[in-house]
Design a protein around this ligand. Structure first.
Ligand SMILES: *Cc1c(COP(=O)(O)O)cnc(C)c1O
Length: 270
């Protein structure tokens, strides 16, 4: 077996087993080195896919990392950061008011009772998966006089442990969204199955792209379905080959998280 850290076939590299081994970013130099490495890999994946490197946006994910890490990322030029828990994101937003222009993307499941928080500080919300949440966000955004870029989360792996609409639910869902004008539809988001096997991961990404292709013709005026947010530290290169326009990368930039991912992804079952 080949070592997945040094894959022979770069295009099918999955690095989930890097768990606990992503290089730390305790200094600005270390963060910059990680950032440069990820940008190089993004560029290489784009080249393999015949896409311009500018067609992929890197969203650094700072969840669980302290304020000092956020300051490193900002110093390295990152001005939109992803967080999966609204409360943690809001605390970080409050603690970094001195960093002008720093914006926040909430990428994790939202309960309606947290819509007020997200409406206050977020620039983007990537995990929209119910009309109840859309309605709660709309009401709070109207009160704040703000709008919010949103991605609809799709469950492309069929796993009960993943949030998101089933693929066949997306078209009817999008037809309801015009009732929530503060939500600016930008695209679709997914988490692939968590597997070291590219043959299982890739179909999740291609499903999202195919769904977007089918739906983008008849999105309502003002809405867009251009963006595909898919891919994280372990699988973003495959996601780019399958058309990702946004990759959400945490550990490859900020260093390994201490606990396994199940700890950070509360599933609908628990
Ligand atoms: C944590 C998280 C990521 C990033 O995962 P890494 O393994 O740190 O790259 C991406 N998307 C979502 C929804 C997440 O919660």
């Amino acid at each position: 077996m080949s070592d997945p850290q040094f894959p022979e076939d770069e295009s099918t590299a999955i690095r989930h087993d890097m768990h606990g081994r992503w290089p730390a970013a305790a200094s600005l130099d270390e963060f910059r080195a990680n950032l440069a490495a990820v940008h190089r890999r993004i560029a290489a994946a784009c080249e393999r896919a015949g896409r311009p490197a500018s067609s992929v946006r890197l969203l650094p994910v700072s969840k669980t990392k302290p304020e000092s890490s956020i300051r490193l990322a900002y110093a390295a030029g990152c001005c939109l950061l992803g967080e999966n828990k609204p409360q943690e994101a809001c605390h970080k937003w409050e603690a970094t008011q001195d960093l002008s222009g720093l914006q926040w993307s909430v990428i994790g499941h939202l309960q309606t009772n947290k819509a007020k928080l997200v409406a206050r500080f977020a620039a983007e919300f990537q995990a929209l998966d119910s009309l109840r949440v859309a309605q709660a966000l709309e009401r709070r955004l109207q009160q704040e006089g703000r709008g919010l870029d949103v991605f609809v989360q799709v469950n492309t792996s069929g796993e009960a442990s993943k949030y998101g609409l089933a693929p066949e639910e997306v078209a009817p869902f999008l037809r309801q969204l015009h009732a929530y004008p503060a939500l600016r539809l930008r695209g679709l988001m997914t988490l692939a199955v968590f597997s070291p096997d590219p043959a299982r991961v890739r179909p999740c990404f291609s499903l999202l792209r195919n769904l977007r292709e089918r739906l983008r013709q008849d999105v309502p005026a003002g809405a867009q379905l251009d963006e595909l947010s898919m891919g994280m530290s372990g699988d973003y290169e495959i996601a780019i080959e399958e058309g990702a326009t946004v990759v959400r990368v945490g550990q490859a930039l900020f260093g390994a998280r201490a606990l396994p991912d199940s700890h950070y992804w509360p599933s609908p079952d628990n």
